[in-house]
Design a protein around this ligand. Structure first.
Ligand SMILES: C=CC1=C(C)c2cc3[nH]c(cc4nc(cc5[nH]c(cc1n2)c(C)c5CCC(=O)O)C(CCC(=O)O)=C4C)c(C)c3C=C
Ligand SMILES: [Fe+2]
Length: 438
């Protein structure tokens, strides 16, 4: 794997693989002071043309990812800086027709939003002055900002908690889509767990991600309502070798050994549902596990540096394994200190999460830091909103069970949990629910 150099520019300032530079109508108005149709051009050439047209370099605000494709965007596309994740429940009494129309409406809106366009026929300010605008307007002028919208279906969409097949979908439920088992130490809050549907909105601009979820929730009115949602700032992983490794709220580099988009064969083996596994409507899709993990950072902050490093199994500075070498060196779990103890502790997080002790399993992690105010004891309600994509949720279960002995657990509390089937991508003219519903 290529090691990104320390001096490389921030990922937000460069064109990521598969990204395209899109100058929207609004963008052109802002840059050049003239109206024009949207221009979509690709890669480095696109950046050059944008510069020539507007006399300005294409910025991160102009970056967009195709909503359409073989796989949904927001999985292997380079992880953005900000998150708004939303879990929805269908309204009581909602019908299958409601579900179909909702997914069709969400698809149309998502295609516009990811292009940086306003939603609806008249957008934020083009409609009747006597009617509420179709688009809420807070993303006007912000561009697509790398927005991806990734849709998923929870187990309860197929069979609810009472065993009722509300939408005639029970026979379509993937065998792998079961609620996650209870893990040792779980302190789950039901109201922040589960859900019939999910939308993962990621962007390099927090207001763009929030605008997307706000407007998609608004579209759902009467058919589905928010069950819980989570904002995230600061990604805790990299999904491309072009990205620098970020840090989590324990202060450690996180995402070093993550599955990267460039590892094509490993992504095929670990992330996408294969034709053998099925069901057919899920081929090319994946499964998303979400865990809201509270980090007891006030206790962590009283732990001495060498103990913190022992618990993680990597150095806090450059993120190299305690067995030696730089950030991307392979950990040597057999390496011993002169006193005969392992250089990477038996309870170190990286040892217990490593593919060597988990049957070769690799997860594609895409989590975010969060701070949601404070609790009644004056402690920050902070942590890591863990998101991982894998071709079978059982893979997450295997790794999470291995982490039962993780020394970090003393400083962690899993308070939210959900699993969703992420269908494959679609082509223009299709709706995100087509494979499942037709
Ligand atoms: C069940 C899966 C995992 C959970 C839950 C999880 C929580 C969690 N992790 C950190 C911090 C780090 N994790 C690191 C590596 C790492 N973590 C997992 C899985 C889960 N982590 C995996 C599969 C790996 C990669 C292991 C490997 O192949 O070497 C690291 C090291 C840097 C890195 O490689 O990413 C850190 C640091 C926290 C703080 C946390 C819960 C809040
Ligand atoms: Fe981890």
């Amino acid at each position: 794997m290529t090691e990104p150099a320390d001096h490389e520019p921030d990922p937000a300032d460069r064109v990521a693989p598969k990204a395209r530079i899109e100058i929207t109508r609004r963008g052109l108005l802002g840059l050049a002071g003239a109206g024009a149709a949207g221009i979509v051009v690709g890669g480095a050439a696109g950046a050059g043309i944008a510069t020539a047209i507007a006399g300005a370099a294409a910025s991160a605000a102009d970056r967009s990812y195709d909503f359409y494709g073989e796989h949904q965007a927001g999985i292997t596309t380079p992880v953005q800086d900000r998150l708004h994740f939303a879990s929805f429940d269908l309204a009581e009494g909602a019908t299958r027709a409601d579900l179909e129309s909702l997914l069709a409406d969400w698809t149309a809106a998502a295609a516009s939003l990811t292009r940086g366009e306003e939603i609806g026929e008249t957008g934020a300010v083009g409609g009747s002055p006597y009617a509420p605008p179709e688009d809420t307007g807070e993303a006007l002028g912000l561009g697509p900002a790398g927005l991806t919208l990734t849709f998923g279906f929870g187990p309860s969409l197929f069979v609810d908690a009472d065993g009722v097949d509300r939408f005639g979908l029970a026979s379509r439920k993937p065998a792998a889509l079961e609620p996650l088992p209870r893990f040792a130490g779980d302190a789950l809050i039901p109201a922040s767990s589960g859900g019939d549907l999910c939308i993962q909105a990621c962007s390099d601009d927090p207001q763009v991600a929030v605008h997307a979820i706000r407007n998609l929730s608004r579209i759902a009115f009467g058919r589905a309502a928010l069950r819980w949602s989570q904002l995230g700032f600061g990604r805790t992983s990299s999904t491309s070798v072009t990205q620098q490794t970020p840090r989590n709220l324990f202060g450690f580099k996180d995402g070093t050994a993550n599955l990267k988009a460039e590892e094509h064969d490993a992504v095929v083996d670990n992330v996408w549902v294969s034709a053998d596994a099925g069901p057919s409507w899920m081929v090319g899709g994946s499964y998303l596990v979400a865990r809201r993990i509270r980090m007891i950072i006030e206790s962590w902050d009283r732990v001495q540096l060498n103990e913190q490093e022992t618990l993680v199994g990597r150095t806090k500075g450059d993120g190299g394994p305690l067995s030696g070498g730089g950030e991307f060196a392979a950990p040597d779990f057999a390496a011993l200190r002169p006193d005969g103890t392992p250089k990477i502790d038996a309870a170190a997080h990286v040892r217990l999460a490593h593919p060597d002790v988990n049957g070769g399993i690799r997860l594609l992690r895409r989590g975010y830091n969060f701070v949601d105010g404070n609790d009644s004891l004056g402690r920050l309600d902070a942590g890591l909103f863990f998101l991982s994509f894998q071709n079978d949720p059982e893979r997450f279960v295997t790794v999470q069970r291995s982490l039962a002995r993780d020394g970090l657990n003393e400083y962690l509390r899993h308070v939210g949990s959900a699993v969703f089937a992420i269908p494959p991508g679609i082509r223009p003219g299709q709706s995100i629910g087509d494979g499942l519903l037709n």
